[in-house]
Structure formats: structure tokens, C-alpha cells
Write a protein of this length. Structure first.
Length: 182
């Protein structure tokens, strides 16, 4: 965890809050937002830290794509979520992005448990998790086994992941602001 200058904090907060709003309202994260986020992250890091900043930014973007893109390919999340995390990574770099990922995973897990419980789908969710593991064990995409495992399917329970990313990112920023060495 490292301290992020206020301009970086503001940029991350602006992007994730806007993405969260669009995901809640329209179930989409706009390309203009994520593209602008990536470009601003790369430009700002490069401007402030020259070549080191460029590498810092590209490492954050790269790890985000490396971790999130396979989830998109398996139809476990939308492309906007992948691009949003890439934008965040390009701003905060590799190690802080991993911190944001951990916070996002914790809040996402809590939100998912609440969602499936309120929808009365707790048992079905465990069955789906088993189907995912079996499918992956057979080197098959889970959505091919059960269409309900495709995030685009109307029967699937969908969590607005950009909102979860926003909560995770904002909590990480608050923790870094309070506890990271300056």
C-alpha cells in the first residue's frame, strides 16, 4: 500500500463512481469513461515520473487485464468491468491495484452472499459453483454447460460489478490515505 497523491485519488474516485452510476442505471460501463481513464492514468504517470511512470502505469494496466480478461472470456463478467479495472490499474500501478482487487473481492463476496440470499438462490448458487469447477476441470467454458452461467443470460443473477469495484477502490484509497507512509 502506498500513498497516492490527491490528483490520483481524485481521478480514481471520479472514474469508479461514474462507472458505478452507469452500471447501476444502465448495466453498462461506457467505453469513453474507461478509455479516458486509461489514457489519463498513463499520461499522468508518464508526465510526473517519465519512463518510470510509464512502466508503473503499464504494469498496473497489464495485471488488471491478465486477471480480469479470462473472467470476461468465460462470460463471468462484462467487458466494461475489465476495462474499468484496467483504467484503475493504469492510474494506481501494480501493487496498489492488487490492494484494490483484494478490497473489491471482499466487498464483492459480501454483496454476492446478500444478493443470492435475498433472491432465495443460495442452494442454486452452490450448484452453479460446482458446475463451474467441473466444467473448468473438463477444460470447457462453464456457460457451455449451463446457459445460466453466462452473465449475458437473463436468468443469471447479475451483480453490478462496477459498483463493487467503486466500493473496493474507495475503501482502499481511504485506507491508503490514512495508513500508507508518505
Amino acid at each position: 500500500m502506498s500513498y497516492l497523491p490527491p490528483v490520483f485519488q481524485f481521478l480514481v474516485a471520479l472514474i469508479v463512481l461514474t462507472a458505478g452510476y452507469f452500471d447501476l442505471r444502465y448495466r453498462r460501463v461506457p467505453n469513453w469513461l474507461t478509455g479516458t481513464g486509461v489514457l489519463c492514468g498513463i499520461a499522468l504517470n508518464t508526465f510526473l515520473l517519465q519512463t518510470q511512470g510509464l512502466l508503473f502505469s503499464l504494469k498496473g494496466l497489464g495485471i488488471a487485464m491478465l486477471i480480469y480478461f479470462p473472467l470476461y472470456m468465460l462470460r463471468g463478467m462484462g467487458a466494461g468491468d475489465v476495462k474499468l479495472m484496467a483504467a484503475v490499474g493504469s492510474i494506481v500501478g501494480l501493487w496498489d491495484w492488487i490492494g484494490i482487487l483484494v478490497c473489491t473481492a471482499v466487498f464483492g463476496g459480501i454483496a454476492a452472499i446478500i444478493l443470492v440470499t435475498t433472491k432465495g438462490r443460495f442452494r442454486k448458487t452452490f450448484q452453479n459453483m460446482w458446475m463451474i469447477l467441473v466444467s473448468l476441470g473438463h477444460r470447457q467454458a462453464p456457460y457451455q454447460t449451463s446457459p445460466e452461467l453466462d452473465v449475458a443470460n437473463e436468468r443469471a443473477i447479475r451483480l453490478p460489478h462496477a459498483v463493487v469495484i467503486a466500493v473496493g477502490a474507495l475503501c482502499f484509497l481511504a485506507a491508503a490515505d490514512k495508513w500508507a507512509p508518505r
